[in-house]
Structure formats: C-alpha cells, structure tokens
Design a protein around this ligand. Structure first.
Ligand code: XIL
Length: 387
C-alpha cells in the first residue's frame, strides 16, 4: 500500500483539527486513532520526556492528535523518580501529567515495582548486607505512597508490579531482590500499598511473553492466587513485544481469553513489532564486534523494503483484528513508542541497530501499518453516523 504523499504529520494535524467532530459521519470515518477506536478501547502510546515537555513539539502534537492515553516510557520508573534515598525528582513525570491534561489524554503509571531500572541502594542494608525484609517492605511502602499519592486522581492506573514471572525453570516467580528479600508475597504487599495510596486507581500486573504456554499458565495461577487472597487487581497488562511471525495469532487470542476468564480486564500495554533478524540464543555480551557490524543482523539501515513494510502492515492488521474481536475484554491498547526513531528496539536486544517497529517512521510520517490500523478502527465503529 502506498502512503498518500500529502499525508505528512502537519497535514494530518490540519485534517483532524478541522474534522474531529463525530458528526463528520461514519462513512468517511474519523481521521485519528483515538476517535476511530473510541467505542472499542483506549489507544495509548509510550512517550519520552522530550515528547511531552515541549522540546519535541512536532511529536507531541502528533501524539495528542492520535492517542487517548500515554505511558511515560521511563519517567515514572524508580530510578527516574527516586534515584537516591530520600530524593525525589518529579519534574519529568509532572510534564507527562501536564501534557495529558492539556490534551485530554489518560496517564498510565509505569512501573512501581520491578527488578530493572531500580537503583541498587533500594536493596541494600547496613554494613554491606542486603536490606532486611522489614527494611525493604518499608521502602516499598514509602515509595508507592509517595508516587501514587502524588498522582492520585491524575493517573488512571498503575503497573503495580512489572515482570515478576520467570521465563523457565520450576518456579513461577523469577529470582529477583524483591522475591529474595521479601518473599513470594511481595506482590500482595505492593498492590495493598497502591490501593492505600489511591482507592480509585486501576491496578495492573504487567508482563511480557504471556503468549508462551508455560508462562501464561503460571501467570493465570499467580493472578488467581492473588484474587483468591482478596488482592485488588483490575487488569493484566500483556506487554506484547512481538515479531513479524511470533507469537501466533492463536496464542495472542488464547492469552486474552485465559486472563479475561479470571474476571479481570486485559490490556495490551507495550505493543511493537520487531522486524530485525533475531540473534538466536546468544546473549548480548556474547555478540562479537564483527557480528555487531555484520549487515545481516542490521539489514534495513537505509529504509524498510516494500516486502517487509507489507508484512508489518499485515501483522498490525491481524493483531488489531484479534483485539477488536475481543474488545469486550480489552480496555486499552498501547503502542511502545510514537515513531521508529524512538523505539527501544533500536537498542534491544542488540544495541545500535535500525528497527522499524512502530506506526510512524523516523520523520513522523504514517506508515502503511498506521493506515491499516486506522481503517480497522473506523470499520469497527458501532455508533451510527449522526445527522
Ligand atoms: C524500555 C524503554 O523503552 C527504554 O527506553 C529503556 O532504556 C529500557 O526500558 N518492558 C518494560 C518497559 O516494561 O519499561 C521497557 O521499556 C521495555 C520492556
């Protein structure tokens, strides 16, 4: 599919600003994702600091025009908010909240308790020893109360615990300082503290790879246990860092069904589609300099060939087909970044590559996948056109 050349972000802005009223009529359809999916679920995007604090205005305008929810990509993580004991820095996080308020968007808080992007001091105790269970529980409570309390009524929901499930082995939970020091009930405590700090906020458990049968079964077991113990859990977040041909649509669908079967909401929280060759089983540290420079691992540095662009369009089309079929269970779909230049997949799992995982390219131009998703949303609208 060709991108109409006149649809630069600036032109899109004009079109949407000029024609955003629902009265425009469903035959023609609204011109932005947030309107096309308004009857189905929130359409979200992960944003970086420069996209919300006025530094990168073009990106901010495009994001506000297209999306109804934002997730700060890094600015509400522990290391960003509370880098040193007793020192909080809310500047960047506040910029997200202000941006969302000005543009009538929802804010999702990401992420309170995680093993990654959390400073080492959090887990340290006295005299070079690890923190005790009580020390860590106190830090967890203080942090959650400070952060959730500050944004009470402004952040609609929080990823309370991120990535606690293991990827292999006999244990359900991964080995992490949270589990090692507090014990398996660290999740229950985190949710309790979040609920104390904001009685209205939605509270989510968020993880990746839930399409894998073993991890999904463990996830269902974990969350069922929490619900049985009375933990207040609103929804599960399936991160959905996907590839062109993995996981299968069938696995995506089963994941939605299995978790919604628990009676909680399901959210797609970090959707992107990696188009680059995978590195097999080698760890990043094992990749030699020669391999890093190897074109075969980074083949699309000067643009995405039409054939792959088409595969990407088809992949997004198929995924949104599944999401729309299960719109009764799905409350939000968030894409992990606005444009390809911003995507973390340029640096993960191999640093310094050129990925093309999102709906807008590096120049903020909409890709064929964008138009396909928009069209899916328009076609799904249930509201009859107004006269
Ligand atoms: C990523 C960000 O996109 C990067 O900018 C950062 O360097 C590392 O973290 N799962 C998560 C997200 O829950 O927080 C991660 O975000 C991607 C994987």
């Amino acid at each position: 599919m060709m991108i109409p050349p006149f649809l630069t972000p600036a032109v899109l802005v004009m079109l949407v600003v000029g024609g955003s009223a629902p009265s425009r009529g469903a035959e023609r359809g609204p011109l932005a994702l947030r309107q096309a999916f308004a009857d189905a679920f929130l359409m979200g995007v992960a944003l970086s600091t420069s996209q919300v604090n006025g530094t990168n205005d073009r990106a901010g305008v495009l994001a506000a025009q297209q999306f109804s929810a934002i997730t700060p990509e890094n600015d509400m993580k522990w290391e960003a908010l509370n880098p040193l004991p007793g020192q909080y820095d809310f500047k960047a996080a506040d910029a997200h909240v202000g941006f969302a308020a000005r543009n009538n968007m929802n804010v999702i808080g990401h992420a309170l308790i995680w093993h990654s992007q959390t400073p080492a001091w959090v887990f340290q105790g006295r005299e070079g020893k690890p923190a005790t269970r009580d020390e860590l529980l106190n830090r967890m409570q203080a942090h959650i109360h400070a952060v959730v309390g500050r944004y009470k009524g402004k952040v609609i929901g929080w990823d309370v615990v991120n990535e606690a499930l293991s990827d292999s082995g006999p244990d359900i939970l991964r080995d992490s300082p949270w589990r090692r020091i507090i014990g398996d009930d660290f999740l229950d405590h985190a949710f309790r503290f979040a609920r104390e700090a904001d009685p209205q906020a939605e509270l989510y458990y968020n993880d990746y790879g839930l399409e894998d049968e073993r991890k999904r079964a463990n996830g269902v077991k974990l969350l069922r246990g929490m619900l049985d113990r009375g933990v207040q859990l609103t929804a599960v977040g399936t991160q959905s860092h996907f590839q062109l041909d993995y996981p299968s649509l069938d696995a995506v669908e089963k994941t939605i069904l299995d978790f919604s079967g628990l009676g909680i909401g399901v959210m797609v929280t970090e959707l992107d589609v990696d188009v680059l060759p995978s590195r097999g089983t080698a760890g990043v540290a094992d990749i030699s300099r020669r391999e890093m420079a190897d074109k075969s691992l980074d083949p699309y540095t000067s643009g995405l060939p039409d054939g792959i662009q088409e595969k990407l369009r088809q992949r997004y089309t198929d995924l949104f087909g599944v999401y729309l079929r299960h719109r009764a269970a799905i409350t939000r779909v968030t894409i992990w970044g606005l444009d390809d230049g911003q995507s973390w997949l340029n640096d993960f799992p191999i640093p310094g590559r050129t990925n093309h995982a999102l709906l807008f390219d590096r120049a903020l131009n909409p890709k064929p996948a964008f138009f396909a998703v928009l069209q899916k949303g328009q076609a799904s609208r249930t509201r009859p056109p107004r006269r």
